[in-house]
Design a protein around this ligand. Structure first.
Ligand code: HEM
Ligand SMILES: *[C@@H]1O[C@H](CO)[C@@H](O)[C@H](O)[C@H]1NC(C)=O
Ligand SMILES: *[C@@H]1O[C@H](CO)[C@@H](O)[C@H](O)[C@H]1NC(C)=O
Ligand SMILES: *[C@@H]1O[C@H](CO)[C@@H](O)[C@H](O)[C@H]1NC(C)=O
Ligand SMILES: *[C@@H]1O[C@H](CO)[C@@H](O)[C@H](O)[C@H]1NC(C)=O
Length: 608
């Protein structure tokens, strides 16, 4: 009798435990407190240095309370930075104000990123393997524990919606929605080209792994990810990279000549297989165009350096040029690319010295979530307008002839004039790349991502309280509700793409508030930004340092095309701009005068 009662009791206990599951599944610890399950349904929140205390790290210390009370909402800050143009025009001209604000932008953003990194997709607790194994992307939020009642923890349905149906209902483009910030294809392909140096998933091992083990801006997409590939691509003369000349212009060399393998489908003839640092850049002419521009820039800078240092050998010219190109890249990304994307009237500044008196770690680890959020395939148009031709996806992908037939000059002109799609707001992924979105959803599930709302809280935003709150409308909200049941169960990637965009913005709040910290940390965490590196001698002296500090997209193009160079920008030109006959690289923000080629804007009715 007693034994059977004890037995029943044990069964009961087991059921309770089973029902309760892992207490960390409900993510009880707030404000970045760390949850540890203690067995028998108990848990402990470690609130150390969060600025909060209490069972769930919810009670603020006084100083935290003060900070939080005074701190404006991200949307307010965004509003201020994107309005009051006249005021910003004044602030931008007052160095100490501009520096102070830029310093605040850099520190407030990068403080949201753990450095050194912590978790990865395999480990939801800190350990040496997760820290030291560079073949993993890191994780900002640990994976949802395996023993949770639902895929998102405790909320939502037991099964997530079918990825294909979800993508077709909410992500697939019905009609092309142009980006109200007027981003163009020059922007879209820059984004793809630049980010693929550090988003290089190792699909043989799975989506949690990367082949870009430097985790940052190393220009591995130009020079190859390892020494063997780099050596295949190098000329070993004057520091230069190997190239070929087609119709009097410099292009990347052929695979058959250099032996650096590339991914091309069988139908691409040997004579069209161009070889560059990144194996996959044969995919679209936009990538190959940027690869060509950077190759020409590398060889150009080598010549500049050789003139100053006639005694330098090939190795030193190559290595120093690489550092200069890394510097140019970061300069262009901050002052042209992020500047465009932000929509800020505040003028961003690339100046590593701003961080020299701050607490800042010169290291970086690429997070899986950063890769996921950067799947900006809605940028892609329905087809590609180059000179008088219109190319379908079928004609465009893996077609390197488009680059060599039209030339860099014409591609820059055409890509600058074709508007890109809006990323947030839902239903704008072109059918041609919908598979990538589906894959992205499946990969996120395999890696057990936490919900959109969990990420919003992690990056100092308020969780969305309803589906309408998330999408800002009712139709997609209703679809989402049917699929997910609870707004706290909406997944990160679909959430980012259906989120209500900011007023006249390409993205919603979450994309910007999550993306900016990863981005700025990755750019400023580069070794060249550290005090011992950031000086002229690192870049071969004043001449090299000057190339870095005066870099802009417009200059990069002008220095590397023959004849009059086309307008190069990350947004389609205003109709009113097209009226003024010429601009030149001194109208681009980075004004110095070692070159000053004339830019000719061609009249062209924009798509808007
Ligand atoms: C015609 C244009 C494009 C095509 C055909 C294309 C195609 C693809 C494909 C097939 C993948 C691999 C998907 C997988 O197996 O998981 C991919 C990944 C990706 N794409 Fe695109 N894409 C295009 C444009 C873009 C653009 C404009 C961006 C802008 C940022 C972008 C960002 C990414 C990112 C971040 C990844 C993940 C890379 C990785 O994890 O290694 N793509 N894309
Ligand atoms: C902490 O969170 C748990 C689970 O969400 C809740 O039951 C409990 O009441 C919370 N404790 C406090 C002090 O708020
Ligand atoms: C990193 O982890 C993966 C997966 O466990 C393993 O295959 C690989 O050998 C590890 N790499 C190193 C350098 O330890
Ligand atoms: C590739 O582009 C060229 C134009 O440069 C075009 O003539 C050709 O038809 C395209 N190839 C394919 C397979 O569509
Ligand atoms: C460059 O353009 C600006 C503005 O249009 C103009 O004032 C300046 O004279 C031009 N400089 C040269 C060298 O053409």
């Amino acid at each position: 009798m007693i034994r059977s009662i004890a037995f029943l009791f044990l069964i009961h206990l087991a059921l309770v435990l089973c029902e309760e599951g892992n207490p960390c599944c409900s993510q009880p610890c707030q404000n970045r407190g760390v949850c540890t399950a203690l067995g028998s349904g108990a848990y402990e929140c470690d609130c150390t240095r969060t600025g909060y205390y209490g069972q769930n790290c919810t009670t603020p210390e006084f100083s935290t309370w003060l900070k939080v009370t005074l701190k404006p909402y991200p949307n307010t800050v965004h509003y201020i930075l994107t309005h009051f143009k006249g005021l910003w025009a004044i602030i931008n001209k007052i160095p100490f104000l501009r520096d102070g604000i830029m310093r605040y932008v850099l520190t407030s953003r990068s403080h949201l990123i753990e450095s050194p990194p912590t978790y990865n997709s395999e480990y939801d607790y800190k350990n040496w393997e997760a820290y030291s194994n560079l073949t993993y992307y890191t994780r900002t939020l640990p994976p949802v524990p395996r023993d949770c009642p639902t895929p998102m923890g405790v909320v939502g349905k037991k099964e997530l919606p079918d990825a294909k149906q979800l993508a077709e209902k909410l992500l697939l483009r019905r009609r092309f929605i142009p980006d109200p910030q007027r981003s163009n294809l020059m922007f879209a392909f820059f984004a793809q080209h630049f980010t693929h140096q550090f988003f290089k998933s190792d699909m043989k091992k799975g989506p949690a792994f990367t082949r870009a083990v430097n985790h940052g801006v190393d220009l591995g997409h130009i020079y190859g990810e390892d020494l063997a590939r780099q050596h295949k691509l190098r000329l070993f003369k004057g520091g230069k990279l190997r190239y070929q000349v087609v119709d009097g212009e410099v292009y990347p060399p052929l695979v058959s000549e250099v032996g650096a393998e590339m991914h091309y489908p069988p139908h691409v003839p040997e004579s069209k297989r161009l070889a560059v640092g990144h194996e996959a850049f044969g995919l679209v002419p936009g990538l190959m165009m940027y690869a060509t521009i950077w190759l020409r820039e590398h060889n150009r800078v080598c010549e500049v350096l050789q003139e100053v240092h006639p005694d330098w050998d090939d190795e030193r010219l190559f290595q120093t040029t690489r550092l200069i190109l890394i510097g140019e890249t970061i300069k262009i990304v901050i002052e042209d690319y992020v500047q465009h994307l932000s929509g800020y009237h505040f003028k961003l500044k690339f100046d590593p010295e701003l961080l020299f008196n701050q607490q800042f770690q010169y290291q970086n680890r690429i997070a899986s979530e950063f890769n996921t959020l950067y799947h900006w395939h809605p940028l892609m148009p329905e087809d590609f307008h180059i000179e008088e031709e219109v190319y379908s996806y079928k004609q465009f992908v893996f077609n390197t002839s488009i680059l060599t037939d039209h030339g860099v000059n014409q591609l820059v002109d055409s890509f600058t004039n074709q508007i890109a799609g809006r990323v947030a707001g839902g239903r704008n992924v072109p059918a041609a790349v919908l598979m990538v979105s589906i894959k992205s959803i499946e990969n996120s599930r395999q890696m057990r991502y936490q919900s959109l709302n969990a990420y919003r809280k992690r990056f100092n935003m308020k969780a969305y309280t309803s589906f309408e709150d998330l999408t800002g409308e009712t139709e997609m909200a209703a679809e989402l509700k049917e699929m997910y049941g609870h707004v706290d169960a909406v997944e990160l990637y679909p959430g980012l793409l259906v989120e209500k965009p900011r007023a006249n913005g390409i993205f919603g709040e979450t994309m910007v508030e999550m993306g900016a910290p990863y981005s700025l940390k990755g750019l400023m965490g580069n070794p060249i930004c550290s005090p011992e590196y950031w000086k002229p001698s690192t870049f071969g002296g004043q001449v090299g340092f000057q190339i870095v500090n005066s870099a802009s997209l417009q200059r990069l193009v002008c220095n590397n095309v023959k004849g009059p160079c086309p307008l190069a920008s990350f947004n389609v030109p205003d109709v009113k701009d097209a009226g003024s006959a010429t601009i030149n690289s001194s109208t681009a923000h980075a004004a110095t005068s070692d070159v000053n080629p004339t830019v000719i804007i061609k009249e062209r009715t924009s798509e808007l």
